[in-house]
Design a binder for this molecule. Structure first.
Ligand code: CA
Length: 710
């Protein structure tokens, strides 16, 4: 080519490049660990916790305590989802990525809310074609990005890599076989050319927890680490398993042991380690799985693995001999803390058990652990022994025992955030207790996806509230290990938080309020009524010099759905009846101009009284058993009273009234509603279904009595 022509051609290329539309530029960007660690980038939200530190703190302060009054919706996007929404979206180069029901991913213009593309991993099809018995936990907490791809963990146990540009599938791999009742609800963690994933399902059968890392480009398995040891007769996979086995007794491997890691996955670039939280025991009751006692490593722990090899580095066990579902699957947040005049590379962790841990992540030593909520299962964490002091009463040897926090945890997966400028951690806190008992404990540990395997009497119950309120948002000083402020809330299960340099903390509530607090005092300085419960943590990003705050409107999670029928403490009265309210994304900006349509008023499901139906008490009692043993409670609620978030209230469903027997059979035996997440039960007999009908009609009649509540 002639030199002058060459020059002109090069100039044309530059012009062409400048004219490329933004999404194409986005696709070409190669996201690296350097970018994922960049705390100063305010344009994007690249990882689950914004950056590898998982702090969920944005240096943006265009929106701040002084001008928050002008914060209004800038755009909104209605989505067709009907069930749990709990995920953190990502923002890359002006495109927002959200994972919703049945793990459908949507790419949305982050400036305008316009849909760009949708990717459906066909979860229902996978479940149906493999005859899998998936019961609830179908929601995902988020996506990851690395290089030019997005990574999805699916309910049925796959990791799917798609292009960020247009949602084209690149590879997918299964992380566990079809026939085990595990699930993935976590954000696949992408780092250093790898993706890391665990799984949930401890309560659904004798499971042995494990975590796995795959090559982010190919999906090839790189390493796997087991959370609990297997049968010693089979040989141990590594030295860590051999060490862990010394803390177990009896034939624990027959019960699986548990420890499933479904959340709490942090990549620590500075020490090239993957730090993750592990789950509770399988079954819950140690007397069943490890009858001679023992700490049962690595249950309810924070474990660090070499990121290259998956080799064990260190661990901190937060609930020795866990018997209370005190898993440690909560976020692990990295920060430099100044303690006694020295900078400590810390990992901060507030697991279910009510203690706030500050861990030196160079060696796994607990520097401090103090109670951030009311606790009676442990007297204290003994720093010298690096072990909890557990009173005898915690093991409920002498009958029923009221133990707190409850098995929902003083803090669950709802994200905490950390403002490094103020030195405060913002923790969505639950204040509930559980009653545990060995009486009539279930020792049947056969592998069934349709039954909780707890090893305690009928499952623990949420009964008493040891505190003056059920929920709160609190600011915690991790250096002083002290509460700085606390705002009491009506309900437990407040959503995850976002902290910004504008001295703000954002949080959504189950009753549908989206609030901003002054981060220094806790004072509510702004509020917006979403008209529907909120369970996802908000994010923030800046485009064209405009700061946006993005909210996912829609409730989700276990407390909303499966244990809500417990009277005053329950969530059924909040009014998110199934199928009534619109799930949507709403972006806020100063002086935003969007008019978001008003939601339908809160509506509590009403029981239908079927005049043509005569309840047979014996059949109804049998139906109660079928209801319990097939885990209907998980979505349709205790006593068939539904919180409405995952599934309808059956007492108000026409399908269970006279004349609709065939539809009922098609749903249960035929799987007609599997696309909505309703499992198929091919083994249920006509007699089982008839007894279920009697049970539901009985519950409906009682629910329709005057004074029965609603
Ligand atoms: Ca659990």
């Amino acid at each position: 080519m002639h030199l002058r022509k060459k020059k002109l051609f090069a100039q044309l290329l530059v012009v062409a490049a400048l004219m490329l539309p933004a999404p194409l530029q986005a696709a070409d960007r190669n996201i690296t660990d350097k970018e994922l660690s960049d705390e100063a980038n305010t344009t994007d939200w690249l990882a689950y916790g914004r950056t590898h530190s998982e702090q969920r703190f944005s240096p943006l302060k265009d929106i701040n305590v002084d001008n928050i009054g002008k914060l209004k919706p800038e755009w909104y996007l209605d989505i067709p989802d009907k069930s749990d929404l709990i995920s953190t979206p990502l923002v890359v180069d002006g495109v927002l990525y959200h994972i919703g029901n049945m793990n459908v991913v949507r790419a949305i213009d982050a400036r305008t809310g316009k849909m760009l593309w949708e990717y459906d991993p066909q979860v229902a099809k996978e479940v149906i074609s493999n005859n899998m018995r998936r019961v609830f936990w179908s929601a995902s907490r988020g996506l990851s990005t690395y290089g030019d791809k997005l990574y999805i963990g699916t309910w049925d146990g796959r990791i799917v890599a798609i292009t960020r540009k247009d949602g084209k599938e690149v590879w997918q791999t299964r992380t566990f076989p079809y026939d085990v009742p595990l699930n993935i609800t976590g954000h696949v963690k992408a780092f250093d050319g790898k993706v890391f994933v665990g799984n949930g399902g401890t309560e659904l059968g004798p499971t042995r927890g494990f975590v796995t890392a795959y090559d982010s480009e190919t999906g090839k398995q790189l390493w796997r680490f087991f959370v609990v040891p297997g049968n010693p007769a089979d040989g141990f996979e590594d030295e860590a398993q051999e060490m862990a086995a010394k803390t177990w007794t009896g034939k624990w491997w027959e019960h699986g042991g548990g420890g499933n890691s479904w959340h709490g996955w942090t990549y620590d670039k500075e020490f090239n380690q993957l730090i993750f939280g592990t789950g509770n025991g399988s079954p819950w009751n140690r007397k069943v799985r490890s009858p001679g006692g023992g700490d049962n490593l690595f249950l309810s722990s924070v474990v660090a693995l070499d990121a290259n090899t998956g080799k064990y580095k260190w661990h901190v066990q937060t609930a020795p001999g866990d018997t209370w579902d005190y898993n440690s699957n909560m976020d692990i947040v990295l920060a430099d803390l100044k303690i006694d005049g020295k900078i400590v590379k810390a990992a901060m962790h507030a697991p279910k058990n009510g203690f706030f841990y500050v861990i030196d992540r160079s060696n796994g030593k607990v520097l401090s652990a103090e109670k951030y909520a009311d606790v009676n299962w442990s007297t204290k964490f003994d720093l010298e022994k690096q072990h909890h002091v557990i009173p005898e009463s915690a093991w409920f040897n002498d009958g029923e025992e009221n133990i707190y926090p409850s098995y929902f945890g003083a803090h669950s997966w709802h994200a905490m955030s950390y403002n490094p400028e103020l030195g405060l951690v913002f923790i969505p806190t639950n204040h509930l207790s559980s009653t545990f008992s060995d009486k009539g404990k279930d020792t049947d540990q056969s592998w069934r996806a349709t039954k909780f395997q707890l090893g305690i009497a009928q499952g623990a119950t949420i009964e008493k509230d040891p505190y003056e309120t059920r929920g709160s948002l609190q600011a915690w000083d991790p250096v002083k290990q002290k509460r700085v402020w606390q705002v009491n809330q009506k309900h437990a299960w407040g959503a995850g938080t976002l902290a910004t340099a504008g001295n703000l903390v954002f949080q959504g509530l189950p009753e549908g309020k989206f609030q901003a607090h002054d981060a220094r005092t806790g004072k509510v300085v702004w509020e917006w009524d979403a008209g529907l419960g909120i369970s996802s943590p908000p994010i923030t990003y800046e485009l064209d010099g405009k700061q946006m705050v993005l909210l996912v409107v829609g409730p989700g999670g276990g407390y909303f759905s499966n244990f809500q029928g417990s009277g005053e403490l329950g969530m059924e009265g909040v009014g998110w009846k199934y199928g009534v309210h619109q799930r949507r994304l709403v972006a806020f900006a100063l002086d935003g101009k969007a008019e978001v349509p008003t939601q339908a008023a809160p509506e509590v499901a009403k029981a239908i009284v079927d005049e043509n139906f005569k309840v047979d008490e014996t059949k109804a009692a049998a139906g109660a058993g079928v209801y319990a043993s097939h885990l209907c409670i998980a979505c349709h609620g205790a006593g068939a009273v539904s919180g409405g978030v995952k599934a309808p209230d059956l007492r108000g469903s026409p399908v269970l009234t006279t004349g609709h027997e065939q539809i009922f059979k098609d749903i249960l035996n035929g799987g007609a509603l599997m696309q909505n997440g309703m499992p198929k039960y091919p083994t249920l007999t006509d007699e089982d279904m008839d007894s279920l009908r009697h049970y539901i009609r009985k519950q409906a009649q009682e629910g329709a009595q005057p004074g029965a509540g609603h």
